[in-house]
Structure formats: C-alpha cells, structure tokens
Design a protein around this ligand. Structure first.
Ligand code: FAD
Length: 436
C-alpha cells in the first residue's frame, strides 16, 4: 500500500496525539500537522492578552492566570505518558503546557508540524460530489493554508485523510439577555477572563455553572466584593466562599442591576458569561457537508468520523470527558479504519447508530446542544471503540479516580484540589462514596 499523506489540523493535545500515532506507522502514513501558533499546546498556551494576536488572528486560548486543572494529573495523562511525579495532583496550566511539549519531544512529533501555518480551506478532492456511495475513498482532500505572517499567499496540497483537531474553546457562545443594551456595567465572556484582580471590589454575576463557571466563580471571589453564581440547575450542595451566593438564572438586566428568575434583584458591576463555546470549523467548505446547527455536528459516526466522507475525523469534540485518554482512543480508532484493521459499517448502519445515540439523549430530555456531552457515558463509549477496533481499553482505575474526584468536587468545590490522589482501586473508590 502506498504511504498516505494525512493532514492534522491543530497541534493541541488532540493533534499531537494524532501525529504520534500516525508517525508510528511510517510504512502507511506521513502526517503533516498545521498549527497557527508558533508552539504546541493549543488552549494551554496562556496569553495575557485577549482579542487578536500579532497576526490579526483571534487568540485561541481560554486559560486564566490562576487556572489549575479540574482533573487530577493522574487521570489527565495520556496512557503510558504520566505527568512528573513531583507535581501535585491538580496542576497549573503551565505544567500542562510543559507536559504537552515533553510529549511532543518524546514521540518526536515536532518535525511533522508546520508552525505559524493556518488552514484556510478544506474541500473534498472528489471526482463526484457528493459521493454516491460512502466508502474509504482514495480521492482525498485538498487543503489550502497560509503562513500567518504572509496571509496573502496561499498553498494547496492533497491529502488522503484529515484529522480535524482545532479545539472547541475559542469561539464564545453568548446568550442575548433582555436589557443587556441598557446595562451600564461590563459584560465579558469567560474566554476573555484572565485575572481576578481585574474585578477587585466589584460585584460580579457569573452566569453558568458548568465546570468553567464554577471554577471562575471561585477564582474571581478572591478579589471581587461579591459573586453571584447564577444558573438554572438545582442549587450546588457544596461549600462556597463566603462572598459567593447562588441564584437562579437571569431574567433580565437593568442599567445597574440583574434580576434573577426568582425575582430577586442585585446591583452589579460585571456580567461574566460562563456560557460555553460554539463549534467552529471556518475552513470546511460547503462541499464537506458538515452541519453544526445548535451545536450538534452531523453526520458523525461515534462523534468522530464523517459518515459521508469517512477519511475525515473530528477528534475531541466531546464534552464533559477525561480528554487526553479519550482523544487517544479516538485517534487509535480512526487510524484503525485508515489502516484497514477495522472496517466501518455501511453508511446506513452508521447513520442508524448515530440517530439511536441522539434519540436516547432526546428521550432523557437533553436539548440538541447536548448531543456531544458525555459525562458518565464516556466510559462505555471508550470501551465500545476499544472493543470494535481491538484496542486496549482505558484501565478501570482511571474511571475510578475520575468518578471519585467528581464526588469530592461536588462536596467541596473550593477545597477539593488541595488533596493529592493516586490511581485508586475499587475498594477506595467505594470508600469515597462514588456511585457504581
Ligand atoms: P486545543 O487545545 O484548542 O488545540 C487546537 C489547536 O488547533 C490550537 O493550537 C489552535 O491554534 C489550532 N488551530 C485552530 N484552528 C486552526 C487552523 N485553521 N489552522 C491551524 N491550526 C489551527 N482538560 C483537562 O484534561 N483537564 C482540565 O483541567 C481542563 N481544564 C480546562 C480549562 C479550560 C478553561 C479549558 C478551555 C479547557 C480545559 N480542558 C481541560 C479541556 C482542554 O480543552 C483539553 O484538555 C484539550 O487540551 C483540548 O485539546 P484540543 O487539541 O482538542 O484543542
């Protein structure tokens, strides 16, 4: 079989993992990774600035200065590549960046990356568009890219397959709130949150209580006068700093205040939107036939492989997961389809599988935007991919610790990061009170 050139878009954790596993098979694959930054690490490259970078490109990273991981390093690591033993369980963003750099070094990934290169366009190099029959096409893809320092000159190359690894925490999703045009305070999205001191002595509403909303509420409370954590969930049963109050969602804003759905009103200075992000693939042309309506990406088999063009995969779009181990599982699964060790089902079967997954979520009352949210389902998903493509499963101890830490987080969000963990067995797991 001829060596296939494979494009990898992005050199964050997902892209690095893709290159690592492709380059392990030099007889079959030649990976070329495009990265618009000048270094690896993606969202872990902290940037004090917000807005546009020196090349006029929106800053991708959503990291803030004091961020420490919300998962312990013991579960975060790629299998077979642990974090440094000397680090505590919950580490700073710069430690994760250093880890990803050493991963790239260790697996000799750097030489496959074109830094400062941005993919502008991806289009199928198909002779027939759309393809009549879904198949492991040999026709491949045309990728157009430029050097970010000379954006007026573009280049186009052909590839047999594509890993889309461009991340999904770069384009803020901001709800429109009644009265926001009259509000005289600041409205910012968590994507642009950097330092708590920027909010010293202010009254801040954090809207949204997913992982980022909770973490940022705790962080900003170090400097803010008062923090109102506003969300539509049941109240979090956890210890919160004294100056953090929980409230229902926002009904509307006035010039100086917020009115919560409960009818309560508070004067505020800042509305901090912790309301998530859009999936964004600006480089995919219409011919790629990828739909992202209401944050559901279709048509994807196992949240990963394009059903109509199965030589394109989207690694890492899943949410509420243990990212690095899951990325590796997805990468190995896609590689198995490319090297022929796993044969994808028919197009009809893949569509059916996807619809069953989506309908199950709908029956559970989940809105469409939760189509790629996993939580506890991530473990059966990982095992399913592993078993289908004959890949080693993620060890159960990873799930045990992930679930155990979740229990600790729910109980005491302000302090659970002070503990150091080890990968735990089932007995300890039960002692932590985690549900099986
Ligand atoms: P990214 O890291 O976003 O990388 C995507 C890369 O693609 C970037 O380098 C970008 O420059 C590049 N790119 C984009 N478009 C183009 C283009 N057109 N051409 C070329 N290159 C392009 N995970 C954990 O495991 N533990 C945590 O504690 C944790 N905390 C988090 C906290 C925050 C605030 C955020 C935002 C995320 C956190 N995550 C955490 C999740 C984190 O996103 C993943 O761990 C992981 O790093 C995502 O990697 P990625 O490769 O999918 O995306």
């Amino acid at each position: 079989m001829a060596v296939k050139r494979v494009a990898v878009i992005g050199a964050g954790a997902a892209g690095l993992c893709a290159v690592r596993h492709l380059k392990a098979r030099p007889d079959l694959f030649e990976p070329v990774c495009f990265e618009l930054n000048s270094r690896v690490g993606g969202t872990w490259i902290y940037n004090d600035k917000t807005g546009l970078d020196e090349h006029g490109i929106p800053i991708q990273s959503s990291m803030y200065k004091n961020l420490r991981t919300n998962l312990p390093k013991e579960v975060m690591a790629f299998p077979q590549f642990p974090f440094k033993k000397s680090l505590p369980s919950f580490i700073r963003h710069e430690d994760v960046l250093a880890y990803l750099e050493s991963y790239a070094e260790h697996y000799d990934v750097y030489k496959h990356i074109k830094f400062n290169h941005m993919v502008q366009n991806v289009t199928p190099a198909m002779k027939t568009t759309p393809p009549v029959v879904s198949k492991n096409t040999e026709d491949g893809w045309k990728v157009t890219y430029c050097d970010v320092r000379k954006q007026d000159v573009s280049y186009t190359e052909e590839f047999a397959a594509i890993f889309v690894c461009n991340g999904h925490y770069a384009v803020p999703l901001s709800p429109v709130i009644d009265g926001q045009d009259k509000f005289r305070g600041r409205i910012i999205h968590s994507h642009n949150y950097r330092h708590s001191v920027d909010f010293t002595a202010q009254r801040v509403v954090c809207l949204g209580a997913a992982a980022s909303g909770q973490d940022i509420a705790i962080d900003v409370a170090h400097s803010a006068y008062m923090v109102y954590l506003s969300h539509n969930k049941a109240p979090l049963q956890t210890f919160l700093p004294q100056n953090v109050e929980q409230h229902s969602g926002i009904q509307r804003l006035t010039e100086k205040s917020v009115i919560f759905k409960s009818g309560e009103e508070r004067e505020i200075d800042v509305l901090l939107l912790c309301t998530g992000y859009h999936f964004h693939f600006p480089f995919l042309t219409g011919e790629c036939q990828v739909d992202t309506t209401d944050e559901r990406i279709t048509p994807l088999y196992k949240h990963l492989i394009h059903i109509d063009f199965p030589t394109m995969a989207f690694v890492g779009i899943l949410k509420t997961i243990c990212p690095f181990p899951l990325f590796e599982m997805q990468v190995k699964f896609f590689v198995a389809t490319l090297d022929g060790t796993f044969k994808l089902p028919s197009k009809e079967k893949m569509l059916e599988d996807t619809e069953i997954d989506f309908k199950t979520r709908q029956e559970q009352g989940l809105p469409r935007r939760y189509a790629h949210t996993m939580g506890t389902r991530q473990w059966s998903y990982n095992d399913e991919l592993a078993d289908l493509a004959n890949i080693e499963r993620i060890p159960k101890v990873v799930q045990n610790l992930y679930d155990g830490v979740h229990v600790m987080r729910v109980k005491d969000i302000a302090n659970y990061k002070k503990i150091n963990y080890e990968l735990i067995d089932s007995e300890t797991y039960k002692e932590l009170g985690a549900e099986t």
